[in-house]
Design a protein around this ligand. Structure first.
Ligand code: ATP
Ligand code: ZN
Length: 291
């Protein structure tokens, strides 16, 4: 009757009701925990801006976004940014759009280069909780397009014992990957650089001055979707999160693999954390708990 119709209207106009249905269907135990989650998205270009939009539409509590660049007309072959954003910083343009889409999400924007000496420190302190040396974010998503920025994120996350996810799209725009990095437990970015693993090609030798990389909104959208899907599964505790998930669009192939930390990693902190974790796993207490 009338009541049924009213409640149907209430359900339909609430943007969260379709998400809450995940809970009714037994996929997620407590979807509303998404409201308490803080995610840092580093780089809001082709992948990061779309990932930030997806998290915003999913109702994440707080988003920290980082980028040093401005929106250009050349970015219009990607999703998210629009011609009227040209000339604005990507962080300002993204913050404005994200808050229009979902005003419940708190968006903090950081217009900075994370790889400079000062940038490294500001990036690290922006992730710190006000009352202690620990991180205030649940997850860092790396959506940058260069090696130096990834090394910076790797170092900051090792120092904060912060779990993060790395993403990348190949220079020919037809492949991509995501990787889960848990300090001490999985490989760090320097244990095995993932692009080398995926393609046998070192990104540094590919990135030449004046050579224009290809890009496709399709591949970037798919990688952003893979990344945020993994982020939701990790933060809300449903399904399995692969340590590495690749995407090869030419062969419609999605390889997964485990990437174990390397005892020969060039990063000393990674070696220390891995040894500590190994000792914890082999302690009499841990063995007794497993038995
Ligand atoms: P293109 O280089 O093809 O024009 P792009 O620069 O937008 O594209 P994307 O792969 O779409 O590259 O996105 C990567 C994003 O990461 C860019 O917006 C870039 O500004 C940002 N980024 C890269 N390095 C840093 C850094 N050190 N600090 C902050 N942001 C960074
Ligand atoms: Zn390592």
């Amino acid at each position: 009757g009338k009541i049924d119709k009213m409640s149907a209207e209430v359900v339909d106009s609430n943007p969260y009701s379709r998400l809450m249905a995940l809970q009714r269907m037994g996929i997620v135990q407590d979807y509303e925990r998404i409201r308490e989650k803080t995610v840092a998205v580093v780089g809001v270009g082709g992948v990061g801006s779309v990932a930030a939009e997806m998290l915003t539409r999913c109702g994440v509590g707080r988003l920290l976004i980082y980028d040093y660049d401005k929106v250009e007309l050349a970015n219009m072959n990607r999703l998210f940014f629009r011609p009227e954003h040209c000339g604005m910083t990507k962080t300002d343009a993204a913050r404005k759009t994200l808050q229009e889409i979902n005003p419940d999400v708190e968006v903090e924007s950081y217009t900075m280069n994370i790889t400079t000496l000062q940038g490294f420190e500001s990036f690290k302190s922006s992730l710190l909780s006000p009352d202690g040396p620990s991180s205030r974010v649940d997850l860092v998503l790396s959506c940058v397009d260069n090696y130096e920025a990834r090394i910076t994120i790797n170092q900051v996350c090792l120092e904060l014992r912060q779990t993060w996810m790395e993403s990348g799209v190949s220079e020919d725009a037809v492949a991509g990957h995501i990787q889960l990095l848990v300090p001490g437990s999985t490989a760090c970015f320097q244990c095995v650089p993932p692009l080398v693993v995926a393609s046998g090609i070192d990104e540094r030798t590919l990135k030449r001055e004046g050579v224009c990389a290809a890009s496709l909104p399709t591949t970037m959208g798919i990688v952003a979707g893979m990344l945020v899907q993994a982020a939701l599964k990790h933060m809300l505790g449903f399904g399995a999160v692969s340590k590495y998930l690749g995407y090869n669009s030419l062969k419609d192939f999605f390889p997964t693999m485990e990437i174990k930390p390397s005892v020969a990693c060039v990063n000393e902190l990674c070696r220390t954390l891995t040894a500590e974790e190994e000792a914890r796993r082999n302690s009499p207490e841990a063995i007794a708990a497993r038995a």
